[in-house]
Structures are given as structure tokens and as C-alpha cells.
Design a protein around this ligand. Structure first.
Ligand code: NAD
Length: 308
């Protein structure tokens, strides 16, 4: 007992300013509070602020003022433009010299590097640190986080990010977290289409969903899109296919990530074919009314032949 007490160390408590309290940001902020951190939240939307207040987040009237006492400033906003809006708002100048800026949004690599440059000009630590795991992962504090930035910024952020993640990977210098995120989600977008095409072909060949699932889930066709997110009803009761394709992970978000990957492939001359094709297919699906459905609902468009 004495030995246990001797080795027990209290986790450091930080003051966190959390900007962007939407579907992802709010549960992440709530888990920081649960871990004992002092969290101030801010969002441009009054509705988001009111919802956050009901879950125990103290809303900051002025984010620039709130930054002055923050050890970490986390952003979780829709796009790169919003991240730069925040970074250009005065929060960088207001924050203490030791504070670390952590952007958890999914944005393009070039803008992520621009955000790092702004932080560096103010001599502030910064990380791009997008997340994987969706709203359910955010609620359960089991996100996978992928970070880009200096080791110093990574070490400063680590104890805080531990409260919201099951895995935190330092991927390399600035922009590397976003690079890992778009590569991972490109795998997911492509593999979901592959799994959907296999089920549609199986149907044409008279194969039951369960039979194909039982074979492919334990064979070389096994992948996350199949065994954690099966796009047809039946084999995996918890997948969105059994719930009218309610997201989950909306097709609009998958399209956003695939477009980021396709733009990066073009900018770097990577010469990809399947990633940009997946972006094209999800774009058609989204334009035909699928944007707010779960991304696995693309199986219905493949079955109808509307994407061929
Ligand atoms: P969301 O639209 O629900 O929330 C974003 C919030 O940011 C909104 O409430 C908006 O008012 C606020 N905001 C925008 N600009 C702001 C500013 N300048 N200052 C303060 N608040 C501002 O979006 P979300 O689903 O929470 O996603 C956030 C980010 O996380 C996106 O980049 C998304 O791609 C990424 N992401 C989402 C998921 C998911 O499943 N939803 C999964 C992984 C990553």
C-alpha cells in the first residue's frame, strides 16, 4: 500500500481553452473536464455554447481574454479557414509563452503548416492533431490522435490529450498529423467502396450477405469497413446499415477528407487513381442526396447503378 502511494503521481492539471464545441468538440471538452482539467469553451454558435453549458463547460465571453490564462488552446472547427480565423484573432499573442496550440480539426496540410507558421511567429508551441474515431470515440475518450509538430510541442500536449484518446502518435514535423489523417481516410473511403461492390456483386450471384460476411471477415478480404462497419444490414447489428444509414460518419465528411487527399495527390504529383476515383464517387453520391447519410449508404447507389 505504501509502495503504491509512493509511486502514485497526480496527473498534471491544465487550464484549457476549447474553441469549437460542435459534434466532436463538445464531448472532447467534456472528457477534459472529467479528467480534472479546468476548461473554458468558446463557439461562434450560441446554440453550441448553450449545449456545452448544460454539460458543465464554462463558456468564455471572450476567447482572446480566456487565452491569457490557458496552458493549452484546442481548436475543433470545420475547415482550415476557420483555424486561421482563430489563430489570427489575437489568441496567439494573448496566450502565455508556455502555452501549446493544438488543432484537432481535419484540414489540408498546407493550411496546417500556415497555422504552425503563425504560432511560430509568436513563439508559441503548436501541433496539428486530427482525430479518428468519430463522435462515439470522442464521447468514450478513445480517439486515435495523430500529431505533427516539434517534440517540445508534442510533450507539452501529451498529458492533456491523454484524457481524450486511447492512442496518440507523433507522426513527424508540422503537417504530418494531417497527412496521416487524409491517408488513413483515403484507405477507408476506397475500402468501403470495395466492400460495397463485393456485396452488390454477391447479391447478383445469389450469395447471402451473411455468407459473404462469414467468408470475407475471416479471409483476405477482411478490413475495417467490413468487420467494424458492414454496409449491409444483418451481419453487424451495430452498423449504420441497421439504422437507416443514420450517421455515424456522414458521407459529406468522407467526401471532404477524400477531396483533401485528392488535392494533396495532385499537389505532390503522387499519381494516384483509386483515391481520386473514390472522391468522384462520393461526390456523385453526395450530390444525389446522400450527403447527410452515413457514408456506408453508398452501397445503395452502387446497387442502383447510379454511380456507374
Ligand atoms: P461541427 O460543425 O459539429 O462543429 C464545429 C463547430 O466549430 C461549430 O459549432 C462552429 O460554430 C464552430 N466554429 C467554427 N468556426 C469557429 C470559430 N472561428 N470560433 C469558434 N467556433 C467556431 O463539426 P464536427 O463534426 O465537430 O467536426 C469538427 C472537425 O472535426 C472537422 O474538421 C471534421 O472534419 C473533424 N472530424 C469530424 C468527425 C465526425 O465524425 N464528426 C470525425 C473526425 C474528425
Amino acid at each position: 500500500m505504501l509502495a503504491a502511494l509512493f509511486f502514485w503521481q497526480e496527473a498534471p492539471i491544465a487550464h484549457v481553452l476549447f474553441i469549437g464545441l460542435g459534434n466532436m468538440g463538445l464531448p472532447m471538452a467534456v472528457n477534459l473536464v472529467k479528467a480534472g482539467h479546468t476548461v473554458n469553451g468558446f463557439d461562434l454558435s450560441r446554440v453550441a455554447c448553450d449545449a456545452a453549458a448544460t454539460r458543465g463547460i464554462a463558456i468564455a465571453a471572450d476567447p482572446v481574454q480566456a487565452a491569457a490564462t490557458a496552458d493549452a488552446i484546442i481548436t475543433m472547427v470545420p475547415s482550415g479557414k476557420h483555424v486561421l480565423d482563430v489563430y489570427n484573432s489575437g489568441v496567439l499573442e494573448s496566450a502565455p509563452g508556455h502555452a501549446v496550440f493544438i488543432d484537432c480539426s481535419t484540414i489540408d496540410v498546407a493550411t496546417a503548416r500556415d497555422a504552425h507558421d503563425l504560432a511560430e511567429k509568436c513563439a508559441r508551441l503548436s501541433l496539428d492533431c486530427p482525430v479518428s474515431g468519430g463522435v462515439a470515440g470522442a464521447e468514450a475518450a478513445i480517439l486515435t490522435l495523430m500529431a505533427g509538430g516539434t517534440s517540445q510541442a508534442f510533450e507539452a500536449a501529451k498529458p492533456i490529450l491523454a484524457a481524450i484518446s486511447k492512442r496518440l502518435v507523433h507522426c513527424g514535423p508540422s503537417g504530418s498529423g494531417q497527412a496521416a489523417k487524409i491517408c488513413n481516410n483515403m484507405i477507408l473511403g476506397i475500402s468501403m467502396i470495395a466492400v460495397c461492390e463485393a456485396f452488390v456483386l454477391g447479391e447478383k450471384l445469389g450469395l447471402s450477405h451473411q455468407a459473404l460476411y462469414d467468408v470475407a471477415s475471416t479471409s483476405s478480404g477482411q478490413c475495417w469497413a467490413l468487420t467494424s462497419y458492414c454496409p449491409v444490414p444483418g451481419p453487424l447489428p451495430a452498423s449504420p446499415a441497421n439504422n437507416g444509414y443514420k450517421p455515424g460518419f456522414a458521407a459529406a465528411l468522407m467526401l471532404k477528407d477524400l477531396k483533401l487527399a485528392a488535392a494533396s495527390a495532385e499537389a505532390t504529383g503522387a499519381g494516384l487513381t483509386l483515391g481520386p476515383k473514390a472522391a468522384e464517387l462520393f461526390e456523385c453520391f453526395a450530390q444525389d442526396g446522400g450527403a447527410s447519410q452515413d457514408f456506408s449508404a453508398i452501397v445503395e447507389a452502387i446497387r442502383s447503378g447510379s454511380l456507374a
